[in-house]
Design a protein around this ligand. Sequence first.
Ligand code: FES
Length: 283
Amino acid sequence: MDTKILVVDNDKSLLQNCKSVLETEGYAVDYCMSHSEAESLFKNNDYVLMMIYMPECYAETVQLIRSARSVRPGMLISAVSDAPSHGSLKSAVAAGAKNYLRAPVAQPQIIAEAKKAVSRAAEGHSCCSDITPEILAGLDEIIKNNKSRQGALIPVLQAAQELIGYLPVDVLKRVASGLDIPESEVHGVVSFYSIFTMKPKGRHNIRVCLGTACYVKGSEEIVKKISEELKLDVGGMTEDKKFSLETVRCLGACGLAPVLVVGKETFGDVHAKDVMNLLKQFE
Ligand code: FES
């Protein structure tokens, strides 16, 4: 699949130059001079990078950056300016631009920016490829419906996790900015409460209890067996996203030890030799 880049500028010759540099490097490049065209392009194309020129009157450009960040959270947005003011850069960054490039941008810099965007996208795709614009719209709705409520953070995070399955960094950032609270506070809450997870889960999340009662009855062997058979580390997910594996400390069902929970179903008196059979029922 082509690696796509969008360039937005008000100078056609610069756009064409940028396009030819990037195309020589193998990227697929769209360029445009109007903001409405840019908006329609990034809504319909999965760009890794948008390079956008910041004119002297930058309010509309900032608005476009904000919209692009909202629609394509994984896309690198680089603001280009030949006369950057502190205000314009601050606004561009607050809206979602990650980098600033001083115009005119030299060829090696253009190429370096594209490479940076590709590696950023690769990192992002490993954790956030399942976050579609529709999911983001759902998340925004959750934030909007709870914003005026006191103590909105935890219910918003719960609803977001229910919607997405986990809470990746970009979602935490969006919640923080949507509720007007510091990102550090959102991270703090997510790491404090064990109900929240920042790691993606499989369709069936397996939780094996390693509390004392379960441990002495061999629950560690269950973990080992699942790990070996499914080639799955604790905290990880199988390649087909079918199973993820966690260990927990006491599920409050010690009388059934050793205990295993798959999704919402609890299984007691489970033994390592039987566990793979038990998992067969999950599609
Ligand atoms: S120790 Fe496993 S359920 Fe309590």
